[in-house]
Design a protein around this ligand. Structure first.
Ligand SMILES: Cc1cc2nc3c(=O)[nH]c(=O)nc-3n(C[C@H](O)[C@H](O)[C@H](O)COP(=O)(O)O)c2cc1C
Length: 384
């Protein structure tokens, strides 16, 4: 069985079956461009966008869906509770070039749930199916739905809901294998995802999501749940090479080496350049402050770098920080000037996540450098 076979979502055929999951505040155009350049990804999803804001052409919402020809295929994730607004927003993003439209079914904010949106969608099957059917009928592009396993362990509604949405015309179901009550605690529930796959019964592809940070974990999720594809959020942010390595691993069974320090620095710099290009120098540099420490987690000793980069103000300053950091890092290397001494090298990428604050594992402390856990990035996580 080819676990990495191309994924067909309605009329759209993806190259492979690996998807960048939405991470609000992170999966912006610069990050998507970087991920696509590194390779291996079949589809990227935008941050969630409020349907009403799009209908009102709110500039912030328009920026969230800003794209380029290189940023294809792109799925725009909509969030909203009013069917007419969701339909209108769907038509608009289709016009703007979205290849797919995804519906967020995770938001628990009271005023949204009260009128049947967000997480309430997971508890009101008929109403949700009607909303999905309305959107499916209004656009030509495939409409997909992203959900959790259910509200809590006593209400694992995803299998029944997923089936109903597939019957209503959803072209794929993306499911994060945790309940809403679970937040990001515990580990992802593979039998829970499998139950969704079985309920949907091959009607449309089910895409598994949650805790996949390594090619091996991707393979395990595909094999144990029977899902047709995988969506990865935090793992890709931690290691933008995730998709390329996983694609190769699924195809050949051989694990490609991790990206080198030089390659990480090259791509990190590219990421900054895109940030500056898309958001302007001042704002781009500010946004980059929360991005760079993620790359640095694989640099080995990195406290010198992190302390400076989180105060970055302009593009030129980055080159200075980088040059000084490379000199600072040199004593941690072997005589070859390239390889980190074993006691300073980060442990191989692990499969588990923790809530350790970002940047807390500054690297010249070998014990800390060897921690492989990936934190939940800061952001409004209560929304999914
Ligand atoms: C900071 C952050 C932002 C997120 N933003 C969104 C979002 O906008 N829409 C959504 O459906 N899920 C969102 N999620 C959930 C992820 O898409 C994904 O379901 C979850 O992180 C589990 O996958 P992972 O372990 O690969 O990260 C977000 C998660 C985090 C940590």
């Amino acid at each position: 069985m080819n676990l990495g076979a191309d994924l067909q979502i309605g009329s759209v055929r993806l190259d492979g079956n690996l998807i960048l999951a939405p991470l609000a505040g992170y999966t912006n155009l610069p990050f998507r461009l970087v991920i696509r350049e590194v390779g291996g990804v079949g589809l990227c999803v935008t941050d969630l966008v409020n349907a009403r804001s799009l209908v009102e052409r709110n500039p912030k919402a328009l920026q969230l869906i800003a794209s380029r020809p290189e940023d294809r295929p792109l799925s725009v994730q909509l969030f909203g509770s009013v069917p007419e607004e969701m339909v209108e927003a769907a038509k608009f993003v289709e016009q703007q070039g979205a290849a797919l439209i995804d519906i967020n079914m995770g938001c628990p904010v009271r005023k949204v749930c009260k009128v049947g949106g967000g997480s309430a969608m997971m508890t009101e099957t008929a109403r949700t199916a009607a909303l999905v059917a309305g959107m499916v009928n209004a656009v030509r592009v495939p409409v997909t739905c992203k959900m959790r396993l259910g509200w809590d362990d006593d209400n694992l509604t995803a299998p029944e809901l997923a089936r109903a949405l597939a019957e209503a015309g959803a072209a794929a179901i993306m499911v994060h294998g945790r309940t809403r009550a679970q937040g990001f605690d515990g580990t992802v529930n593979l039998p829970g995802i499998r139950a969704v796959v079985e309920a949907v019964g091959g009607l449309v592809p089910v895409i598994g999501n949650g805790d996949v940070t390594t090619p091996q974990a991707a393979k395990t999720m595909l094999a144990e749940t029977g899902c047709a594809g995988i969506a990865v959020g935090r793992g890709a942010f931690y290691d933008p090479w995730f998709f390329a390595r996983t694609r190769a691993y699924l195809a050949t069974g051989t694990l490609p080496p991790e990206a080198t320090f030089a390659e990480r620095v090259r791509v990190l710099t590219r990421h900054l350049d895109y940030m500056v290009e898309v958001f302007g120098e001042a704002h781009g540099c500010r946004l980059f402050r929360k991005v760079a420490p993620w790359y640095a987690r694989r640099f080995g000793p990195c406290s010198f770098f992190n302390k400076r980069v989180v105060r970055l103000n302009n593009r030129a300053e980055f080159d200075t920080i980088l040059a000084e950091y490379v000199a600072w890092r040199a004593p941690f290397l072997e005589a070859d000037g390239v390889t980190l001494q074993p006691k300073y090298a980060p442990a191989p990428l692990g499969e588990n996540f923790s809530r350790a604050p970002l940047g807390s594992d500054v690297g010249e402390n070998p014990a800390a450098a060897n921690r492989t856990a990936i934190p939940v990035p800061s952001g409004p996580q209560e929304w999914w």
